[in-house]
Write a new protein. Structure first.
Length: 185
């Protein structure tokens, strides 16, 4: 006498009869389509949409108008602006010293005026040792530095390329399914 063995797996009772045998013949019929197969077929096409979103996000993050390359370019422009400000501060200090000399030192003012060609008609000139009689080169007051706009890939181009890639991937997967379906038939 054979008694069934009962066990609880996944909250279901499975009964095992040791004397019964399973069929050994394999059926050549097409497998029945289940909802899992249909869902997996649908999700396969969503890979194209996912790829398009991934490409757009990646290119926007790396080379877009607010991406890493534009950020690095703006950082280098910021450093150039800081260098320009330092140069302007040095020029400002030099011009400030020259201005103070001209304001507070009468002899420096006279020498500067004589070097520029100003003087009275009956004025006697006294040569001061160490000063040349040449006209001074006008002081440089700084250069205009204009910032360039950063180089980046336009957002429209990134969207178009991502859409094309998603469309190509979708078409590829659709073609593979059609070929697979024809080979089964």
């Amino acid at each position: 006498m054979v008694y069934p063995l009962s066990m609880l797996i996944f909250s279901r009772k499975l009964t095992f009869y040791p004397q019964r045998s399973f069929p050994r013949a394999v059926s050549l019929k097409k497998p029945k389509k289940t909802t899992v197969n249909r869902n997996m077929r649908i999700f396969k096409y969503l890979v194209g949409i996912w790829a398009a979103i991934a490409v757009y996000a990646l290119f926007s993050f790396i080379a877009g108008p607010k991406g890493i390359s534009a950020y690095n370019f703006l950082l280098s422009e910021k450093e150039q602006q800081k260098e320009n400000i330092r140069n302007l501060e040095l020029l400002n200090e030099e011009l400030e010293r020259s201005k103070n000399n001209l304001i507070y030192d009468h002899d420096t003012l006279l020498v500067q005026a004589h070097q520029m060609g100003y003087g009275y008609e009956n004025e006697r000139f006294i040569r001061i040792v160490g000063l040349s009689g040449k006209k001074p080169i006008p002081a440089e007051v700084g250069n205009v530095y204009s910032a360039r706009s950063p180089d980046f890939i336009v957002d429209r181009f990134i969207k178009i390329s991502a859409f094309c890639l998603g469309l190509l991937l979708f078409a590829f997967l659709l073609t593979m399914e059609v070929i697979d379906r024809r080979s089964r038939d």
